[in-house]
Design a protein around this ligand. Structure first.
Ligand code: MG
Length: 391
C-alpha cells in the first residue's frame, strides 16, 4: 500500500544528480519527473542543450558543467532562470558536497567519479552509486569513509541492486554465494579469432540493456562482469571466491544470493535501470514504477550457462586482481578505461583491450595497503602504460 505520507516523504527528498545527461542520468530524471522529486543539482560534461532542458523542467538550484566554455554558454542560455551555473571540475566537486540534499546519485563515467563520491560522503550525504569504477579503484577506502561518516552507499548497478534487495533482513554471516548474472554481452559464443575481427558498431549492440558506450564495450568483453565482481566484494564485504558469475541471456533475473541452508533468493524484473535508480532513491520503501510488469507466460523459460573464461580472459583477470588486492584493481580499471577509449576511437582492435589490460596488471608491481594517492597514481600510471604500449 502506498500511503500519502510515503509519497510526500519521497517528494520532499531532494536529490543531486551527477552526470544527468548520460544514460543513467537521463533515466534518473524520468524517475524524478514521475515522482515529483525535487532536484537540487545536476551536472554534465558539455551537453548544454540537454542541461538547459533539464534546468527548465526541474528548476535545480545548481548546475555544474565540466567544460568551462560550455558553462559560459549555458550561463547565457539559462540567464532567465534561477539556476546557478558552476563550471569546471571544481564546480562538480563543490556540487557533490553542497546544496540541500540528502542523497547524491553519481553516474559520472569512470575514475572521474571517485572524488565526487568521496566529497558527497565526507559531507554526510548518502550516495546512490552508478559509478562502479569508484569501488573498483578505491572500494575499501570509499566504504571505510562511508562507515566513518555514517552514510549509505546504495547500489544502482542492476546486479548489485538485486543482491541488495535479496539481502534485506538477512544475516551477513549466513550468506554463502552471490550469483552475479550476466547477459553474456554482444559476443557470447564467439571464439578468440572471431573476436579479433569484431567492429565498434558490433560491440555497441547490447542484446538486452540500453547503456552508454563505455559500459556496453565492457559488457561485450565481459570486463563489466569482472568490474562488478570487484564491486560486489567491496559493497557486500564478501571474499572473491564467494562471487559466482552465471550467464543468463534473458536478463530477467538480475542477480541472486545463496545462503548457508542452500536457499537462493533472486530478484526479477524486465531489464530497466529505472527500477534500480528508483529503489536507491526510495529505499527502504518501494513505489510504483515506470516498468512493465513481468509476463511469465511470454518469457517461457530462463536459461543459465557458464561464462567462457578461456576466451573472455578479463573476467578471471579481474578476479585475480581483487584477490591480489593492493593497487591491482586500480591498475586493472585504469588500463581498461584507456584501452576501451582507444577501441572507441578505432585505434585498436577489440582483443587488443584484453592484451593491454593484462600486460598493465601483470607488469605493475603491487603495493600493499595503498593510500588514496597511491591508488590515483596507479590509475594514471596504468593509463600511461596502455598509451605507451600502443604507440
Ligand atoms: Mg550491471
Amino acid at each position: 500500500m502506498i500511503t500519502t505520507q510515503t509519497r510526500d516523504r519521497i517528494g520532499e527528498m531532494p536529490v543531486t544528480v551527477l552526470g544527468s545527461t548520460g544514460s543513467v542520468g537521463r533515466q534518473t530524471m524520468d524517475v524524478a519527473a514521475m515522482h515529483g522529486l525535487r532536484v537540487e543539482g545536476i551536472s554534465g560534461a558539455k551537453n548544454i542543450s540537454l542541461l538547459e532542458e533539464q534546468i527548465r523542467q526541474f528548476h535545480p538550484r545548481f548546475c555544474a558543467v565540466e567544460n568551462e566554455a560550455a558553462a559560459r554558454e549555458l550561463k547565457i542560455a539559462a540567464a532567465d532562470t534561477d539556476t546557478k551555473i558552476l563550471s569546471g571540475r571544481s564546480g562538480i566537486l563543490w556540487l557533490a558536497a553542497n546544496g540541500d540534499c540528502r542523497i547524491v546519485l553519481n553516474s559520472i563515467i569512470g575514475t572521474a567519479g571517485l572524488e565526487p563520491t568521496l566529497n558527497a560522503i565526507r559531507a554526510g550525504k548518502n550516495v546512490a552509486l552508478a559509478n562502479k569504477e569508484t569501488l573498483v579503484t578505491a572500494g575499501e577506502f570509499v566504504m571505510a569513509e562511508a562507515k566513518a561518516h555514517g552514510v549509505s552507499v546504495l547500489p544502482v548497478d542492476s546486479e548489485h541492486c538485486a543482491i541488495f534487495q535479496c539481502l534485506n533482513g538477512e544475516v551477513h554471516a549466513r550468506v554463502k554465494t552471490l550469483y552475479l548474472t550476466c547477459s553474456g554481452g554482444a559476443f557470447r559464443g564467439k571464439t578468440l579469432n572471431e573476436l579479433k575481427l569484431v567492429t565498434k558498431k558490433e560491440a555497441l549492440a547490447h542484446p538486452t540493456w540500453k547503456m552508454g558506450a563505455k559500459i556496453t564495450v565492457d559488457c561485450a568483453s565481459l570486463m563489466n562482469k569482472g568490474l562488478e565482481l570487484i564491486e560486489a566484494v567491496r559493497l557486500f564485504d564478501v571474499s572473491p571466491d564467494q562471487v559466482e558469475v552465471v550467464v543468463h541471456p534473458e536478463s530477467i533475473i538480475h542477480s541472486m544470493v545463496g545462503f548457508c541452508d542452500n536457499a537462493v533468493m533472486a530478484q526479477l524484473s524486465v531489464p530497466d535501470m529505472r527500477l534500480c535508480i528508483q529503489y536507491a532513491l526510495t529505499y527502504p520503501d518501494r513505489m510504483p514504477s515506470l516498468l512493465e510488469p513481468l509476463d511469465f507466460k511470454k518469457i517461457g523459460r530462463l536459461t543459465f550457462l557458464e561464462p567462457d573464461e578461456k576466451t573472455f580472459t578479463l573476467l578471471p583477470l579481474a578476479r585475480r586482481a581483487v584477490k591480489e588486492g593492493g593497487i591491482k584493481t586500480a591498475v586493472l580499471n585504469g588500463a581498461n578505461e584507456a584501452a576501451v577509449q582507444l577501441f572507441l576511437d578505432e585505434k585498436i582492435g577489440f582483443t587488443d583491450i584484453f592484451q593491454l589490460v593484462e600486460t598493465a596488471v601483470n607488469d605493475t608491481p603491487n603495493k600493499e595497503h595503498p593510500t588514496l594517492k597511491d591508488l590515483e597514481q596507479a590509475d594514471c600510471a596504468a593509463r600511461d602504460t596502455v598509451s605507451r604500449l600502443v604507440r
